[in-house]
Design a binder for this molecule. Sequence first.
Ligand code: ADP
Ligand code: X2W
Length: 262
Amino acid sequence: MSVENITVVKCGGSTVNKLTAEFFKSIAAMRETGMNPILVHGGGPEINRMLEQMQIECEFVNGLRKTTPEVLEVAEMILSGKVNKALVSFLQTTGTRAFGMSGVDGGLIEAEQVADQDLGLVGEVVNVNTACIKSMIENGFVPVIAPIAADKNGKKLNVNADAAASAVAQAIGAKELLFITDVEGVLIDGSKADYIQVEKLEQLIYDGEIYGGMIPKVQAAAASLTGDLEKVVIAGADGHTDQANGKLKGTAIIREQVQALT
Ligand SMILES: Nc1ncnc2c1ncn2[C@@H]1O[C@H](COP(=O)(O)OP(=O)(O)O)[C@@H](O)[C@H]1O
Ligand SMILES: CC(=O)N[C@@H](CCC(=O)OP(=O)(O)O)C(=O)O
């Protein structure tokens, strides 16, 4: 059996504690309507909280966390442990069978340490074991993936969750990629944009309209659009669900000048 029509849904760390029953039902609806969702999640704020409790200092460079071995241990504990299992558990409570794992399990995500040595143990995805993910979908599970990966020598690396979602979507030939975050979409001059052309993103970052955690998100969206992907949307989890078909609205990042947000 071949799995087609895959939708990758990235749940931002900003949302993982606030996701509603409606959101989990929309994932169940995707599964039932053959959109075959895969969840990739973050957990940045939870990692920050734990690092604070443990009095470990940490900083971000262009939206990426400088990751020492000590920080990696906390990131893995929070992402692969706490957040991953909470999402699996919520999905299963709403009747969706879910299978949680990190990029380390089954060699799901292979990464290489980024060239910027200052960032420490931060990874860039070089390979995704799509057969493993597809077999889970074929067996009736929604895969739930935490963005900790390993390099070919087994060294664990911290991967930005937006980049991990984009890599999974590209490798598996997903039809759609949704970034669920704590804002209704990308705001330009204070208003939500329905769509933004990929070529405009760099200038918007330069102008400071897009900053912080939205930078890796739009960059991941842009990188994803080089493949077969038809649609990349950045949206909020609440109040942006089209009740008629369970789809989420927000800001679509598009290749072409004019394309209606459907
Ligand atoms: N132009 C923009 N429109 C909307 N949000 C933006 C924009 N630029 C920066 N942001 C910030 O990006 C945040 C979302 O990124 P982030 O906190 O990393 O979310 P997540 O955890 O969902 O990945 C928003 O809460 C907002 O503070
Ligand atoms: C390298 C890097 O920055 N990794 C991220 C992984 C989690 C993440 O991306 O979570 P969000 O969805 O909340 O952004 C981190 O350590 O915070």
